[in-house]
Design a protein around this ligand. Structure first.
Ligand SMILES: Cc1cc2nc3c(=O)[nH]c(=O)nc-3n(C[C@H](O)[C@H](O)[C@H](O)COP(=O)(O)OP(=O)(O)OC[C@H]3O[C@@H](n4cnc5c(N)ncnc54)[C@H](O)[C@@H]3O)c2cc1C
Length: 257
């Protein structure tokens, strides 16, 4: 794979289920996953290694893994329904995520995860790596944090504002380049960049328990659209790797609503 700094949305093979495009230039990819194979190397038909790792951890006291697909699925549902979460921590997702700072600002509030970020002190930021939405949302009048998708601007007004935003990004980048050319350190020149919109790439490692908590919060309609889009991408990968756990988690969520 191309390295994290040069990987662009256009390079992404769209039919790869472990890679999901997000927003205009972002993505979520699954770089690594634990377990790497079935517990004790024994495949079980109709079961994924990830689901079985959860089952195996839950049955550690009995020294067994699978008791048949139906019994195993039932066990997974039981674990999730009753908050018996430590077996879920035996499964880990390592994502490579490219997202604007706007998203990262909220993402980093989740303490149960490991991260490693691209540093703008080592390498200069490339041009045009800014998030430019296609639609501007209206400020919600009731929920002071939220926004509403509404036609409150004429299409012309909206396009003009978006074009002005693009110009603002360009001006910031031009100043950034000017400062770099004059020898200003990258760590200082970046002050010129439009921070909230700037795309950053990071490795994010989360166990399945932490990921489910993340998704509970960030898939909620009260979460900001942009982080919800990333949560949806992570959920797709979660559902592929842990279909039983995902189904049990969805059942618990629909019981709550
Ligand atoms: C819609 C929305 C709006 C938000 N608005 C704001 C905001 O305005 N300002 C702001 O600062 N944050 C805001 N947040 C962030 C929010 O308060 C949480 O910090 C964030 O969602 C992380 O959730 P978490 O603590 O469950 O996850 P993690 O930090 O990953 O923690 C996972 C779980 O571990 C446990 N845990 C972790 N740390 C502790 C601890 N220190 N003590 C006890 N238990 C712990 C808790 O059970 C927690 O649920 C918002 C989140 C959402 C979804």
């Amino acid at each position: 794979m191309t390295n994290a700094f040069t990987l662009k949305v256009a390079d992404i093979v769209t039919d790869d289920p472990a890679v999901v495009r997000v927003l205009d230039q972002g993505f979520v990819t699954l770089i690594d996953f634990m377990p790497s194979g079935y517990p004790f190397g024994e495949p079980v038909e109709d079961a994924t290694p990830g689901d079985l790792a959860v089952v195996a951890a839950a049955r550690v006291s009995y020294g067994t893994v699978s008791k048949g697909v139906e019994a195993d699925k039932k066990l997974v549902h039981y674990l999730i329904k009753h908050g018996h979460t430590s077996p879920l921590e035996m499964v880990e997702f390592k994502f490579l995520i490219k997202a604007p700072v706007l998203m990262w600002w909220q993402h980093v509030r989740h303490r149960i995860q490991e991260m490693n970020f691209q540093s703008g002190r080592y390498t200069a930021y490339p041009e045009d790596e800014y998030y430019l939405p296609t639609k501007l949302r209206l400020q919600d009048k009731v929920n002071k944090q939220a926004s509403v998708l509404a036609d409150f601007l004429s299409s012309e007004e909206e396009q003009t504002l978006l074009e002005e935003l693009r110009e603002h990004y360009r001006a910031g980048f031009a100043l950034y380049q000017k400062m770099l050319q004059k020898g200003v350190a990258k760590e200082m020149a970046r002050l010129a960049l439009p921070g909230w919109a700037l795309y950053h790439t990071a490795y994010v490692k989360m166990n399945a328990h932490a990921l489910m908590n993340y998704l509970d919060k960030r898939l909620d309609p009260s979460a900001q659209y942009e982080i919800r889009a990333y949560a949806e991408a992570m959920e797709r990968i979660f559902a592929q790797k842990l279909p039983w756990v995902h189904a049990a988690w969805e059942a618990k969520r629909s019981d709550r609503s």
